[in-house]
Design a protein around this ligand. Structure first.
Ligand code: DO4
Ligand code: MG
Length: 278
């Protein structure tokens, strides 16, 4: 099942049919350990909606209320190698190698909810950054107790030039206006996503695809539960929390995003997150 936050309230989609939930407070709806079962019960008393030209589907917003967005780093071999290359001159290479092998993962704060961009929103590259990429990431949603209850698609927009200059600049490379996108929905499955789930990234410039890459979840070194366990160790999240799980797709080193590029990130059961670089 999929939950959409829209300009006209919270919609539930099951098998291509949409319903409007009775409960319309996003934080109350999503923050429950048994979210899938609760939605199954809700649907029994909901009326199917029909969208037409006269009554179109309302605009979809980022699937977030009061939740924070955190992110994981260097969870794929490809990410480890790319970071080692970009920070070689700064002497930062060994940090990335070590964190890839270490028991403790890299976790960092990515965004407050109000700064998150939704599907079809505009993401940004920093004006003081010369080398920029989108990072397509499976994004977990966990309830207050740390239970994984759903997924969305995340774009961890990043400055490789700033991060590569000095690893201590990571917060500036990762967190700025327009650097975090989530959507299109919160996907709430009965069972966890399997390792053969594919993440696909396509970057389109002036109508031409300039980069395409894909990776499967099985290539991630860490388990989602392991990342959440570390995140929740010494931190409380009263409304639940989103956690991006790191990127396994990084364009070649001579690639940088340009204004006007369109970034599509698809994860089959969840959908596609599309953002324009502004
Ligand atoms: O170590 C820096 C950030 C890594 C990251 O964002 C990723 O691997 O996705
Ligand atoms: Mg990332």
């Amino acid at each position: 099942m999929k939950l959409y936050k829209t300009e006209n309230g919270i919609l539930l989609e099951k098998e291509d049919t949409f319903y409007r939930l009775h409960e319309q407070d996003w934080d109350l709806v999503v923050n429950r350990d048994n979210l899938f079962d609760w939605l199954e019960i809700q649907i029994e008393s909901l009326i199917p909606l029909t969208f037409t030209n006269d009554i179109p589907m309302p605009e979809i917003l980022a699937p977030i209320g009061s939740q924070e967005v955190w992110a994981s780093g260097v969870t794929y071999f490809r990410s480890r190698t790319a970071r080692m290359e970009e920070s070689e001159m700064a002497g930062g290479a060994s940090f990335y190698d070590k964190v890839y092998e270490a028991e403790r993962p890299e976790l960092f704060f990515k965004s407050a909810s109000w700064r998150v961009v939704g599907n079809h929103g505009t993401v940004r590259i920093r004006r003081d950054s010369s080398w920029n990429v989108p990072e397509p990431e499976l994004t977990l949603f966990a309830s207050e107790s740390g239970t994984l209850v759903g997924y969305t698609i995340g774009n961890d927009m990043s400055s490789r030039s700033i991060e590569g200059e000095n690893p201590l600049y990571l917060p500036q490379a990762k967190s700025y206006t327009g650097s975090a996108a989530l959507g299109p929905c919160l996907y709430v499955p009965e069972y966890a996503l399997s390792g053969d789930t594919v993440i696909d990234l396509s970057i389109v410039r002036e109508g031409e695809e300039v980069f395409n890459g894909e990776v499967t979840l099985s290539q991630m070194k860490r388990k989602p539960e392991e990342l959440l366990q570390y995140l929740y160790r010494e931190m409380s999240f009263p409304h639940g929390c989103y956690l991006m799980t790191g990127t396994g797709i990084i364009p070649p080193n001579d690639f940088t995003l340009q204004k006007g590029d369109i970034v599509h990130i698809s994860i089959e059961p969840i959908g596609t997150l599309t953002n324009t670089v502004g």
